[in-house]
Design a protein around this ligand. Structure first.
Ligand code: HEC
Length: 109
């Protein structure tokens, strides 16, 4: 698990670095196919590989807004006024994924 996890994290940093050099401006629309890769690598231990369905631990998250992803992944929180699908807090913040949030949002849209 250790080496695999480090590999996954390194991979995400590489993706993030590419994003910065691409023509898409920071805060742009994101790339759904990159988002899918991140999703399959980082989220499907708990969420379903089809984000429209509940997974083994996490709820369906298709349609999650960028604001919701930011709150959840960076702060382990929810946007104000948002009613969470679950009132548990099993999912820990994953701040290294910050650069991938636009891609994840594009994939989940
Ligand atoms: C360790 C298991 C786990 C991993 C890994 C995980 N999640 Fe979750 N996620 C959950 C669980 C469980 C919930 C329900 C709330 C809670 O208990 O934290 C959740 C909730 C969410 C929510 C809020 C859903 C809502 O509308 O209330 C979003 C968005 C989300 N996850 C996105 C992601 C993304 C994107 C990834 C990958 C980058 C990810 N999660 C990785 C377990 C996980």
């Amino acid at each position: 698990m250790g080496p695999r996890l480090s590999f996954a994290v390194a991979f995400i940093f590489i993706l993030g670095a590419c994003g910065e050099n691409s023509k898409t401006p920071v805060g742009g629309n994101g790339d759904p196919s990159r988002g899918r890769q991140v999703y399959l690598a980082q989220c499907t231990a708990c969420h379903n590989s089809d984000p429209a369905k509940d997974g083994p631990l996490g709820p369906a998250i298709k349609g999650s807004s960028r604001e919701l992803l930011e709150a959840r992944l960076l702060r382990g929180a929810y946007p104000s006024g948002y009613t969470p699908k679950r009132n548990t807090s099993v999912m820990k913040p994953m701040p290294p994924l910050e650069a991938s949030i636009p891609d994840l949002a594009a994939f989940l849209r």
